[in-house]
Write a protein that binds this ligand. Structure first.
Ligand SMILES: [Zn+2]
Length: 251
């Protein structure tokens, strides 16, 4: 059973090939959705990595569309595997790896010539990277331990990591809020009601406002949302409680 489609990216600077993989949507067993929009299919993030740092020559390049000539399905003789360049080689298992990822996104925001599309992309991923420290906060509860999803030993280790992650998250909270403020500004007025993305962008803005602690503004926007899904009701409940943490929607 082949679960991934494999493609190869050719570095525009040195011509090295980098292997990339895309999970086949029909093969996905489990989909996890968080309130900030980050979605994991079988633990793989669904958002494509558009910014690449070549592991051979360190050249930074942006991929708008994964199409030829930059990207092809033809397997070259020699190539760097996905793990060599995916998320800039950062290891997600540790908090140090997560800190390194934040640094990459901040670098891109200051060192890449940005149009609004790129800025939006980097700021959204930066938001998710900060939230990665706290998005699984629910797992530190005893209730989670008793659900039997982790052994006691694993739970203790995981709990320690999350608690230290929460500490880090709080220490960078001012820059976290500043990123959200700019993200909200970029999305505000970006779409008109007839745009396909209009409703999704409004929901994203409500969640941004909630997570940055602007509960009144979030409530004003919520009041005019026509649809009431389980997700929206959940956000509304948290806005009322002045709860700013990201949360697990399904998974
Ligand atoms: Zn290169």
């Amino acid at each position: 059973m082949i679960r991934f489609e494999t493609f190869y990216i050719c570095c525009p600077n040195c011509g090295s090939y980098l292997e990339g993989k895309r999970l086949k949507s029909e093969m996905v067993n489990q989909s996890i959705l968080y309130s900030d929009g980050k979605t994991l299919n079988d633990n793989y993030i669904t958002e494509p990595q558009k910014m690449v740092i070549c592991p051979a020559c360190n050249h930074w390049f942006w991929i708008d569309d994964f199409v030829e000539p930059l990207v092809s399905g033809q397997k070259p003789d020699v190539f760097y595997t996905w793990n060599n360049w995916r998320f800039y080689g950062v290891k997600f298992g540790s908090n140090d790896g997560k800190v390194a990822l934040i640094k990459h996104y901040k670098d891109f925001l200051t060192k890449v010539k940005l149009d609004e599309e790129k800025e939006l992309y980097f700021r959204r991923l930066l938001w998710w990277a900060y939230n990665d420290f706290v998005r699984d906060k629910y797992q530190i509860s005893l209730k989670y331990l008793f659900s039997g999803k982790m052994s006691f030993g694993v739970w203790i280790k995981n709990r320690r990591k999350i608690i230290s992650g929460i500490r880090f998250f709080k220490s960078v909270h001012a820059e976290y809020v500043e990123n959200l403020r700019r993200l909200n500004e970029l999305l505000d007025g970006r779409y008109i009601p007839s745009d396909e993305r209009y409703e999704a962008a409004n929901l994203e803005r409500i969640e941004i406002l909630r997570e940055m602690g602007s509960f009144n503004e979030a409530a004003v926007m919520l009041a005019v949302i026509p649809r009431r899904t389980h997700y929206i009701a959940n956000i509304a409940k948290r806005v009322k409680k002045k709860d700013f943490w990201p949360f697990l929607v399904t998974g």
